[in-house]
Design a protein around this ligand. Structure first.
Ligand code: 5GP
Length: 189
C-alpha cells in the first residue's frame, strides 16, 4: 500500500520539531517517521519514539543491508537515516508519513515520492536568531553550535527548491500556517 508523505526540513534550531509535534497533535491521520541516528540521546528523548539510537557499526550494517530510503552523515560521525520499514509500517496503518529530516535528505525524499510528497521548509528569521535559540536550548557545545550555524547558512540556500516555505518568526503563526498547508495537501485528490 502506498500513501502520501509530508517532509519538513529546516536548519537546526529553526523550530521544526516543535512545529511537527503541533501538527501531529492536531492531525490524527499523520504518523511520525522515526529516523535512526548515531548521535547521543538528549535528555527527555526516548529510543524508538524520537529516534532509533544506533551505534555507528549498527548504522553501517543498516546501510549495507539497504535498510534506508536515504541517509546522511549530517555532522562528522553523526549519521541520520530514514528507515524503509518505518514508511511501510505507517502506510499499512492507512496513515500519512511525516518526516523531520535535514535539507538534503528532504530534497532526496521529495525527488523519490514526487507529487505524493509535500516538502516544507521552515525558515528561521535570521542566523542571529538561530544562534540565540540554539544557545537558549542549551543542548550544544560551543563547537557543535558553530558547526550547526555554519551548516544552517548553507542550508538556507536550498529553500527555493521546496514546495512551500514557512517563516518561523512567531511560533503560533508558523504552527497555524503549517496546519493549513498540511490540511490542504491531504485534501487534494
Ligand atoms: P538533531 O540532532 O537536532 O535531532 O537533528 C539534526 C538534523 O538531522 C536535523 O536537521 C534533522 O532533521 C536531521 N535528521 C533527522 N533524521 C534524519 C533522517 O532520517 N535523515 C536525514 N537526512 N536527516 C535527518
Amino acid at each position: 500500500m502506498k500513501g502520501k508523505v509530508i517532509i519538513v526540513s529546516a536548519p537546526s534550531g529553526a523550530g521544526k520539531t516543535s512545529i511537527v509535534r503541533h501538527v501531529l497533535e492536531f492531525l490524527p491521520e499523520l504518523r511520525f517517521s522515526t529516523s535512526a541516528t548515531t548521535r547521543a540521546k538528549r535528555e527527555g528523548e526516548v529510543d524508538g519514539r524520537d529516534y532509533h539510537f544506533l551505534s555507528v557499526e549498527d548504522f553501517k550494517e543498516g546501510i549495507r543491508n539497504d535498510d534506508f530510503l536515504e541517509w546522511e552523515e549530517v555532522y562528522a560521525n553523526q549519521f541520520y537515516g530514514t528507515l524503509k520499514s518505518e514508511i511501510q509500517r505507517i502506510w499499512d496503518e492507512g496513515k500519512t508519513v511525516i518526516f523531520d529530516v535535514d535539507v538534503k535528505g528532504g530534497l532526496n525524499i521529495k525527488k523519490y515520492f514526487g507529487d505524493d510528497a509535500m516538502a516544507i521548509f521552515i525558515e528561521p528569521p535570521s542566523i542571529q536568531e538561530l544562534e540565540n535559540r540554539l544557545r537558549n536550548r542549551g543542548t550544544e557545545t560551543e563547537e557543535s553550535l558553530h558547526k550547526r550555524l555554519e551548516k544552517a547558512e548553507y542550508e538556507m540556500t536550498f529553500a527555493p527548491q521546496f514546495d512551500k516555505t514557512i517563516l518561523n518568526d512567531d511560533l503560533d503563526v508558523a504552527r497555524a500556517e503549517m496546519l493549513q498547508t498540511v490540511r490542504d495537501f491531504l485534501n487534494q485528490e
